[in-house]
Design a protein around this ligand. Structure first.
Ligand SMILES: *Cc1c(COP(=O)(O)O)cnc(C)c1O
Length: 469
């Protein structure tokens, strides 16, 4: 399998070439030149596989430059009961007949990002070792991404992580999760500013191409193709658990921000997995809901991006969305470039044609909805009352929209993107109880912290990295 850019650069790339990269050189995102179709016999065979073996089968279709035995070993090192808490890795949690959660949040940081990041850690260590290279990952986080990256990369040979976060602005749980790591290759930098300051520093460092090359700076952001590919696997795993035969269809509802998670659902559907609907659920930051309802994509400015109680979906633009638009426009890279590089820059939005808009659901199965703080609270209460389950705020956004969009006779699977322990304040508001947390994390906030506090300064961050590589 080879890879191309959504903006037309046709330089042929293999998986290992794009593994350690972010954007394509022309500013586009990488996608495979085609989606491998999975036939009925293959689906039937995959139904019986363990999660790690299923992951290996799916990864093999997209990765032709890692020997099969090595790839299989990587999949088996990643998806273990020891790391994910259950042999099923992503078990279903039934709510009522025809409605279930897909448990994706039993990894080390209690959010679904571990599903992909844990694989990325193994792939990075493997690829860097093979090349005899090292990489210094620089990132900015306001919560889930940074911790998932650190837990995936801790102790990995050849990799260091430099993670910027806004000083004093993450929840005590999130701070403790990151800052309690004592691994020598993990560096937490608490910047005395807001999340945007952190992101601006990362951009400034990455734009200094000489520095970037000299210090081997890389990223693990959500546009990384390997992360998306890892997420394709659980759509298959969930489907096999929810159905008895491959003649049945299911729908998925996905709490969405950067469109990474649900884009993996799109890939699974393009491969032939019998998915009826892909339901995109947003919070008040409803850029995606607006597009799927109206065909207009209008990213917001920082000032119009709201701070909500499902903070991991508080995005101003959906960074993976260009991948879907590329498919929607029949892979017309010239038009994708015009929409994303020109129309967005000059007028701040773009609109697809009426005919293309009709395809969004007719051909691709996408529908959408949005949820507010009040909806989240009501849904958390309803879920607890009706099903005896405590769900987190992001999953609540998903369940709220899933209940509106589900169709008779088609099971609806809601992706659980975090455990409630991570977002305890809203759970207490809704239910008046402190959500349970895994026993191993009982003393998390009491552990010694390893963090460097720094003013908002590109130069100080550059100096810090230089001193540690
Ligand atoms: C990252 C995240 C999301 C949004 O995922 P995308 O792939 O960006 O759409 C939703 N919920 C939680 C808990 C997250 O951490």
């Amino acid at each position: 399998m080879k890879y191309l850019s959504t903006r037309g650069d046709k330089t042929e790339r293999h998986f290992s070439d794009i593994l350690l990269e972010g954007l394509a050189p022309d500013g586009g995102l990488y996608l495979p030149t085609s989606y491998p179709r999975v036939d009925a016999a293959t689906l039937a065979r995959w139904r019986g596989l363990s999660y790690a073996d299923l992951a290996f089968e799916i990864l093999s279709l997209y990765i032709d430059d890692i020997p099969a035995a090595d790839l299989k070993a990587i999949a088996h090192r990643t998806y273990t009961e020891a790391v994910f808490g259950t042999p099923a890795i992503t078990p279903l949690k039934p709510l009522e007949p025809g409605l279930a959660l897909v448990a994706l949040s039993n990894g080390p940081t209690l959010a679904f990002k571990d599903m992909a990041m844990q694989l990325l850690g193994q792939l990075f260590e493997y690829e860097l070792g093979r090349r005899g290279e090292t990489l210094n990952i620089l990132g900015a986080t306001s919560g889930d991404t940074g911790s998932a990256a650190e837990y995936a990369m801790r102790g990995k040979a050849g990799v260091q992580v430099f993670m910027l976060s806004p000083h004093g602005r993450m929840s005590p749980f999130q701070q403790a999760q990151m800052f309690s790591l004592q691994d020598a290759n993990i560096h937490n930098i608490a910047v005395q500013g807001v999340f945007d300051d952190c992101q601006d520093i990362v951009k400034a460092v990455s734009n200094d191409l000489d520095y970037k090359r000299a210090h081997r700076i890389g990223t693990v952001n959500s546009i990384n193709w390997a992360r998306l590919l890892a997420q394709v696997v659980y759509y298959f795993a969930a489907y096999f658990q929810a159905t008895k035969t491959d003649a049945e269809q299911v729908s998925f509802t996905v709490p969405s921000g950067n469109f990474g998670n649900v884009c993996a659902g799109h890939v699974a559907r393009m491969m032939g997995l019998p998915i009826a609907q892909l339901v995109v659920a947003t919070n008040e930051n409803d850029v995606l809901d607006e597009f799927f309802r109206t065909g207009v994509y209008r990213p917001r400015g920082a000032a119009q991006t709201l701070e909500t109680s499902s903070p991991s979906m508080d995005i101003s633009k959906a960074s993976n969305f260009e991948r879907f638009v590329f498919d929607l426009l029949d892979r017309d890279a010239t038009r994708v470039r015009r929409l994303f590089a020109e129309e967005l820059a000059t007028q701040g939005f773009f609109e697809v044609s009426a005919e293309e808009r009709a395809r969004i659901s007719a051909r691709y199965g996408f529908v959408s909805g949005r949820s507010t703080h009040q909806d989240r609270v009501a849904t958390i209460q309803r879920c607890h009352r009706s099903y005896g389950q405590i769900i987190d705020t992001h999953t609540a956004d998903g369940l709220k929209v899933a209940l509106e969009k589900r169709e008779p006779g088609i099971p609806m699977l809601v992706l659980e993107t975090a455990l409630p322990a991570k977002f305890a304040v809203t759970i207490e508001e809704a239910l008046g109880i402190v959500p349970p947390r895994p026993a191993a994390l009982a003393d998390l906030e009491q552990r010694p912290k390893r963090v460097h506090v720094m003013p908002v300064s590109v130069d100080l961050v550059k100096q810090f990295i230089a001193d540690h590589v």
